[in-house]
Write a protein that binds this ligand. Structure first.
Ligand code: URA
Length: 236
């Protein structure tokens, strides 16, 4: 790959800024200052910009513990956006694989791999998302069967797909759904006359929110976590 392209793909510099950095002698390949934009970067070469090593970003897969009050969108006038919590190069080329409401906390997956995120978000797939739900009114045991059969959401045709409810206490439950309709969990509880007062996503497919991540923190997914998404697809 040409050196100017390599710099652009590894950093936030445009092609013209990359060329200027090259002309200023700020770029080294294997320790040697290179000023030629067309220089070919070979596999295994160490490239530095201003003394800092840079590398091609490749595809990125991230889990983030979303705090309350942060919005899952790329820009917003009122709320801080989730991607702004990532202190990495080129956050703008990433997207969110399944958004959460501004007041929902928990696991958000972020990537630049559209095919991978499609496995999670496509309505045709069956990737389970598990939520810890707190509700205003006491939960009754018959809700387990109701959610397993599907409930009628306001303004939707047909019932929701089978969802698994585990009641933990009078006001707290775990709910696993395979769809991702707008405000789905809140609307499911509204459909049975209850109200969600707190919502936290614990897992997406086999990927569990890392307990070591405080709200607002993130980490890259492990190779096994990335592969688990395709593995679920293959096993269905
Ligand atoms: N369902 C909701 O109602 N809100 C979310 O943020 C996620 C699922």
């Amino acid at each position: 790959m040409r050196l100017d392209k390599y710099i652009c793909e590894s950093t936030s510099l445009t092609r013209s800024l990359a060329k200027k950095a090259l002309h200023r002698g700020e770029v080294c390949c294997d320790g040697e200052v290179i000023k030629d934009s067309g220089f070919k970067v070979r596999d295994g070469m160490t490239v530095t910009l201003d003394g800092n090593e840079i590398g091609l970003l490749g595809q990125r897969y991230i889990m983030l513990h979303k705090p309350d009050g942060i919005i899952c969108s790329t820009q917003d006038e009122e709320y801080q956006c989730v991607l702004s919590l990532l202190d990495i190069e080129k956050p703008d080329i990433l997207h969110i694989a399944g958004r959460l409401d501004v007041d929902t906390t928990g696991l958000v997956l972020i990537t630049d791999d559209g095919q991978w995120s499609h496995q999670i978000t496509s309505p045709k797939k069956t990737c389970g998302k598990r939520y810890r739900v707190t509700v205003a009114d006491p939960l009754s045991a018959d809700l387990v069967a109701q959610f397993a059969e599907g409930v009628q959401l306001n303004g939707e045709d047909g019932l929701t797909r089978p969802a698994e409810l585990e009641i933990l206490s009078a006001h707290e439950a775990l709910l696993t759904i395979v769809e991702g309709k707008y405000h789905q969990v809140k609307r499911m509880f509204a459909a049975v006359g209850n109200k969600v007062t707190a919502l936290h996503r614990e897992s997406v497919g086999a990927i569990e929110l890392d307990a070591d991540l405080e709200a607002g923190e993130w980490r890259y997914l492990t190779d096994a976590e990335v592969a688990s998404v395709a593995a679920e697809k293959a096993s269905k």
